[in-house]
Design a protein. Structure first.
Length: 298
């Protein structure tokens, strides 16, 4: 073994535990992109903030009985982004496609929420895949500030251009009338934060599973602004009256089954707090990886 391999390593690898790409089941990919941000910028710093947070919290999950330390995980690093949104999404689609074609699961860390469209473009056919998005916002505007492709419109573009089997949005509490009209017309269902508090996380997960019964695959997308700003203050578009972290994890773990084929965690803008939001994001990734691994072992 060369000394460089023995005594030198990349310090900011997600979780701190790294398998070779060829051996890994789960591939972490950062996308430091926030070009279309319309309020607070800085999500481009999210991937490395989440990586750093992941090195400083414990890796064992009581929810699943799995330790992330035991997973075959590889951190690929960050996508080379462009100021051109479409070019960035095309690059991301190519990398995501390659990861899936090699039989591995992408774990994508943003960056702004628009990147979800790039990841999903990596699938040649979404007709049997459902997208479950955890977000304060519906992101269904047709255009905003002159842009038809941005963090406020990308879910509408996904529905119109990629045509997934279903889109379910969870934690909704910030919408405009245009989005409500479009959601009704397009058959996009959503669960408001208010509804979830009345039902509980467990019942919400059960209802989501019923709506996903006919779908072959499920992709999860977690915008950190789904959490109340008390739990996640460092997001680009904070919205009061959100979910608490325990409820979010209850729903996420409850909705996971063997159909989950990837997920992303986005919109951490670390300059707006002292690391709290990045720790929450790292914890969410740990718990999702743990429950997915637990299901795979059954």
């Amino acid at each position: 073994m060369a000394y460089r391999e023995l005594f030198v390593s990349q310090p900011n690898v997600f979780s701190g535990f790294q398998k070779a790409f060829e051996e890994a089941d789960y591939i972490v990919l950062g996308v430091p992109f926030d070009v279309t941000s319309t309020f607070r910028t800085g999500a481009r710093f999210g991937p490395n903030a989440i990586r750093m947070a992941s090195l400083n919290i414990e890796t064992y999950s009581f929810r699943s009985g799995v330790d992330v330390e035991d997973l075959r995980l590889h951190d690929l690093g960050d996508l080379h982004v462009s100021t051109d949104t479409e070019q960035t999404l095309e690059r991301l689609a190519k990398v995501a496609k390659e990861i899936w074609e090699l039989g591995k699961m992408p774990v994508v860390i943003g960056g702004e929420h628009t990147i979800t469209m790039g990841v999903l473009k990596g699938l040649s056919d979404l007709s049997r895949t459902a997208i479950v998005s955890f977000d304060a916002h519906l992101d269904l505007r047709d255009e905003f500030m002159g842009f038809r492709l941005s963090h406020t419109t990308f879910m509408r573009r996904i529905n119109e251009e990629l045509k997934p089997a279903a889109i379910l949005e969870v934690g909704t509490r910030a919408v405009c009338k245009e989005e409500l009209d479009y959601a009704k017309k397009a058959g996009i269902e959503f669960f408001t934060a208010h509804q979830i508090r009345r039902m509980s996380g467990e019942k919400t997960a059960n209802q989501l599973l019923k709506k996903l019964e006919k779908c072959k695959n499920v992709y999860l997308s977690i915008d950190m602004d789904v959490l109340d700003p008390a739990y996640a203050p460092a997001v680009q578009n904070p919205e009061p009256d959100g979910l608490d972290i325990a409820t979010l994890l209850d729903i996420l773990c409850g909705v996971c089954d063997k159909r989950v084929m990837g997920f992303d965690v986005v919109e951490v803008a670390p300059n707006y707090d002292f690391g709290v939001t990045a720790v929450q994001a790292a914890k969410i990734i740990f718990e999702l990886l743990s429950i997915i691994e637990n299901l795979r072992q059954r």
